[in-house]
Design a protein around this ligand. Sequence first.
Ligand SMILES: Nc1nc2c(ncn2[C@@H]2O[C@H](COP(=O)(O)OP(=O)(O)OP(=O)(O)O)[C@@H](O)[C@H]2O)c(=O)[nH]1
Ligand SMILES: [Mg+2]
Length: 349
Amino acid sequence: MFGFFKKDKAAAPDASEAAPAAPDVVAAQDSAPAADAPKLSWAQRLRAGLSRTRAQIGGQLNALFLRTKVDDELLEELETLLITSDVGMDATTHLLDRLRDRVKRERIEEPAKLRDVLREELTRLIAPLEKPLDVDAHKPFIIMIAGVNGAGKTTSIGKLAKHFQSQGKSVLLAAGDTFRAAAREQLETWGARNNVAVIAQDSGDPAAVVFDAVNAARARGIDIVLADTAGRLPTQLHLMEEIAKVKRVIAKADPTGPHEVLLVLDGNIGQNALAQVKAFDAAIGVTGLIMTKLDGTARGGVIAAIAKQHAPSRPIALRYIGVGEGLDDLQPFNAAEFVDALFEPPRSL
Ligand SMILES: Nc1nc2c(ncn2[C@@H]2O[C@H](COP(=O)(O)OP(=O)(O)OP(=O)(O)O)[C@@H](O)[C@H]2O)c(=O)[nH]1
Ligand SMILES: [Mg+2]
């Protein structure tokens, strides 16, 4: 049975105070049962988790839309605000083109109306990222997790394991981070506590560990394999080659796999996310993204930049977003919900 914990998100939204890796999953479970803490709905946690982004971007947006009329000055300031909010040049230009066009065609004069139009256009822009992962397509469904050091891979695996278990799926973890000595034990401890099998090896070869895990999952009739990998930078070419090998070896164990290659992105890195997606995609063919730590940053606007970079020729899926360190703080990405959480509630008229 999964024991999990609740934390007061408002009290500790800062990812920078974080300690290392999988131990966090374990440590957090040990430390903060907080049974009396009010249980927040996902929408409430999302809103709380995005409070920094909202305070910074949403606050300034709302100030703009309190103006008395829609004019060039307002549109220019909006453009600057979006560019400086990690929405990026391409996505901002796209949004402003759409807005200017609609201001003209629909004769929009009211800033409040323009605000609604921006919400609509932003939702439309990021909606293609919303493609929930369908884990029923294969058994075992093999998910490989990649990303730079400290992005939130191992923590996200813990959250995903819980997410899938709550859907009645059996899960097996592959301790493919053979780089850090402690990583394996951390995953094993966590797995034992949460009734999730963990496959690990002394060999130090991540491809061999993951190969074993896929075979074990098949033998045991497991639904989902989550393969952790060590953090690496795209510039560390030998490590990028190593992770490409992990993928090839998975395909040897199961010619249809891996069924999902998830890149974990730290929400704090802003525009760097675009370069990471490109580099990991070139090496291992990324099929989905997880963006973590949106609670610790005001840089959530980068989601629009990612949508623009990949639309419409090669849409990429933002499968999950993380808005806290709790096991429940990872949820499927929902474009409308995300935009709603960014903007302050509409002012009463
Ligand atoms: N606030 C917050 N912290 C997070 C979130 N996701 C992960 N973290 C924290 O980020 C830190 C790094 O997470 P890990 O899961 O260890 O990252 P990793 O990618 O496995 O790291 P390496 O294996 O060292 O490359 C930990 O302290 C986590 O608790 C999130 O959504 N919000
Ligand atoms: Mg890790």
